[in-house]
Design a protein around this ligand. Structure first.
Ligand code: PMP
Length: 382
């Protein structure tokens, strides 16, 4: 053990020296945008619950009813016994939301990206991936590479570079993969141009709408709906853990792609299916978002309000306040905490060195006064 302890001591010290040592702090949930920590009530500007649905009365009730009726549901992978009629119904509803033939659920969004990208990438495939794609896409690409795919990472959002890479590629099958909303910058992928490039180069287009689903598009279909290119997207990946307010991942695609992914996506095959109350909570949340479009409108009002206060146009509920070095970002986050705001400092390796930042995430559940108080405090420290 001593070699391991020595290694741990040295490695943890090194992280601490670089202000990169993370702590794991438990909070008590109060509602969608409030928690209690150390006896204090904090307003969350760090949660991805963009519509506040995790605490909606209809969502709570759906989860409670399902738990009451059948407990957590069969504990097994979907291919064994974990796939219930509730899972099947949610898959159908997600497919409808995305305008696709079929849906497939995963334990998390991370697992969804891993399974989709690794099962489609193999020998003869070239994958083209945006340099700021989420870690789960990066890991999916790494697995695909082990299966014989080649990987080309294009500079963030650079369509000219991507076009050149596609034109020079001799791979028999090409796959373009991108986040729709980039999780640390809040900017959008140019899905309109990606749809054109995909058509010109006969490529498959996989889009991770983790932060887009229920936030963008007239019906909440995501950034693809916002750009009117739903049909150009071959696999819409998503998560139920953000605007849906629950937990889990999904892919919406054709029947054939679904069949391939549930046969060959190891993160699907070898992991237990979601608990039924979570599935029913997600179904209720999607119904609420459909029946109460004013919730999504409220989110966009909050985004516009903070944009006005910061003097910049915001493109999504994710608002980066780039501060530079790690210590500065941490100090800003601590100051906000003293003022009653939970805003996370994002540091390398999550973002490139020198771009440590506060990541403010907005929710329809924030009151206009919350936004104003946050903006006042940000003004004082930046
Ligand atoms: N994709 C993106 C862009 C994300 O931001 C996240 C969550 N951090 C995921 C995928 C993973 O989703 P989940 O949290 O459901 O595993």
């Amino acid at each position: 053990m001593s070699v391991w302890n020595e290694w741990l001591d040295a490695s943890l010290d090194k992280l601490a020296e670089h202000e990169l040592l993370r702590t794991l702090d438990a909070v008590e949930p109060v509602d969608a945008v409030h928690v209690r920590a150390d006896g204090r009530r904090l307003t969350l500007f760090s949660s991805n619950d963009y519509l506040g649905l995790s605490a909606h009365p209809k969502v709570r009730q759906a989860a409670a009813d399902a738990a009451e009726q059948g407990g957590l549901g069969p504990r097994g992978s979907a291919l064994v016994c974990g796939y219930t009629t509730a899972h099947e119904a949610l898959e159908r509803e997600l497919a409808e939301l995305k305008g696709c033939e079929a849906g497939l659920l995963f334990p998390t969004g991370f697992a969804a990206n891993l399974a989709v990208v690794s099962s489609l990438g193999g020998s003869g495939v070239a994958i083209f991936s945006d340099s700021l794609n989420h870690a789960s896409i990066i890991d999916g690409c790494r697995l695909a590479r082990r299966r014989g795919a080649t990987l080309e990472v294009y500079p963030h959002g650079d369509m000219a570079a991507l076009e050149e890479m596609l034109a020079n590629s001799e791979a028999s099958r090409k796959l373009i993969v991108t986040d729709s909303v980039f999780s640390m910058d809040g900017d959008l992928a140019p899905l309109d141009r990606l749809a054109e490039l995909k058509a010109e180069h006969d490529a498959l287009l996989v889009v991770d709408e983790a932060h887009g689903t229920l936030v963008f598009g007239e019906h909440g279909g995501g950034v693809a709906e916002h750009f009117g290119v739903e049909d150009a997207v071959d696999v819409h990946v998503g998560t139920l853990s953000k605007a849906v307010g629950a937990l889990g991942g999904f892919a919406a695609t054709s029947q054939k792609f679904r069949q391939w992914i549930f046969n060959r996506g190891r993160a699907f095959v070898f992991s237990t299916a979601q608990a039924v109350p979570v599935v029913e909570a997600a179904r209720a949340a999607i119904r609420v978002a459909r029946d109460e479009p004013e919730i999504r409108r409220r989110l966009w009002e909050r985004i516009a309000q903070l944009g006005d206060r910061l003097g910049r146009e915001l493109t999504s509920p994710i608002v980066p306040i780039v501060l530079g070095d790690e210590a500065r970002a941490l100090a800003a986050s601590d100051h906000l905490l003293d003022e009653g705001f939970h805003v996370i400092a994002i540091r390398p390796p999550t973002v490139p060195p020198g771009t440590s930042r506060l990541r403010v995430a907005l929710s329809a559940a924030h009151a206009p006064e919350d936004i104003d108080r946050l903006a006042d405090t940000l003004e004082a420290i930046t």
